[in-house]
Design a protein around this ligand. Structure first.
Ligand code: ATP
Ligand code: MG
Length: 333
């Protein structure tokens, strides 16, 4: 549904987006992640035909953004960083206005406005001036204008920025509800948001693509070594620590907060070694009680920091396969 190949965008001498390629399949929600200034907004502006690429191509819903921008625009809904709202218009007036511009047929307009107002939970403010709405409601109106013409593709630039926690949850639910019917790219700084809402992640840093994969794959790919949390019921912390250290494949054991006889340890494995069965056996064989044993996942936040670290730090990070070709499914549209 979206195919970007070798996309580069230069502002004067500044390279904002540097030769990135990725694909998004129909019906997917993809999170576009990157630190400030990474090039997220610039990429989205190219995809929505607001900016021409310096080189490379972008194809959206089957049309090239440079060759057939009108066809692309007809098929996309765009929520920019600042929603394009007119404060002096009432909500329903504004949505009718946008609907007409985007080619919604006159006899379909009222039905469509009602539909998106319902979907975006703004039906109760239909007659309110946009200028008088709270930020959260403005954002919902921004989403409503993006979907008024029922586009195939939605491009949302930080749709939850500046919202309160309730509004964030509502907006996320709303976006999740739009997937399937629509293909969605959303940019965000909120990492748990990506885990909660998106199936795939595209991470860029300083204009370069650093990863594109599912959240689950990214986590496991980066986790070369395993970290395991262990809770043991025993009297002698030092001897428990010694036995854990002797388990094959263990690289180090860090003692945590011990409470009475409940002893906590964090155990790290050598690269590619599975140490959980060995740890369990060591505890049980010594006659101690094993209260808990679980793998500690690498959070998306840790992954993000590793991937977007400066080049020198990056070398020390867990091995990441370079993103030569987009690791996407084969049912490209
Ligand atoms: N109109 C412009 N003229 C010159 N440079 C620009 C322009 N717009 C963006 N840039 C530069 O391009 C780079 C990428 O900016 P962009 O807005 O795409 O980043 P972003 O990932 O959206 O960041 P943020 O998370 O802060 O929104 C930045 O270094 C920025 O300063
Ligand atoms: Mg931006």
């Amino acid at each position: 549904m979206i195919k970007v190949e070798g996309l580069t965008k230069r502002y004067a001498r500044k390279v904002a987006v540097d030769n990135i390629s990725f694909e998004v399949q129909k019906g997917q929600i993809v999170g576009f992640l990157g630190p400030n200034g990474a090039g997220k907004t610039t990429t989205m502006r190219v995809l929505t035909c607001f900016l021409p690429p310096t080189s490379g191509t972008a194809n959206v819903a089957g049309f090239d953004v440079q060759d057939q921008p009108m066809e692309v625009k007809r098929r996309i809904g765009y929520l920019p960083e600042t929603p394009p709202l007119y404060p002096e218009m009432e909500v329903h007036e504004y949505l009718e206005f946008v609907g007409r511009i985007k080619g919604v047929l006159a006899n379909d307009l009222t039905r469509r406005v009602n539909e998106v107002a319902e979907k975006c939970a703004i039906a109760d403010v239909r007659k309110t001036l946009i200028g008088k709405l709270s930020k959260g409601y403005k954002q919902r109106v921004g989403l409503a204008q993006a979907i008024i013409h029922n586009p195939d593709v939605l491009i949302l630039d930080e749709p939850t920025a500046g919202l309160d926690p309730h509004q964030i949850i509502e907006t996320r639910e709303l976006i999740k509800g739009l997937a399937g019917e629509h293909t969605i790219i959303l940019s965000t700084h909120i990492l748990p948001e990506v885990e909660q809402v998106c199936e795939r992640v595209i991470i860029i840093a300083k204009g370069k693509l650093v990863a594109t994969d599912t959240v689950a794959n990214l986590t496991s790919r980066l986790r070369g070594a395993e970290t395991v949390a262990v809770e043991v019921l025993a009297a002698d912390a030092a001897s428990v620590q010694r036995s854990l250290e002797q388990v094959a494949g263990v690289s180090r054991v860090i003692a945590g907060a011990h409470r009475d006889e409940k002893l906590h340890f964090t155990v790290e494995s050598l690269e590619g070694r599975h140490i959980r069965p060995g740890l369990a056996k060591a505890v049980v064989d010594a006659g101690w009680q094993l209260n808990e044993l679980h793998a500690v996942g690498l959070s998306l936040e840790e992954i993000f920091l590793q991937l977007t670290a400066s080049p020198d730090e990056h070398k020390e990070a867990a091995p990441v396969e370079p993103v030569a070709a987009p690791a996407m499914g084969s049912d490209a549209q």
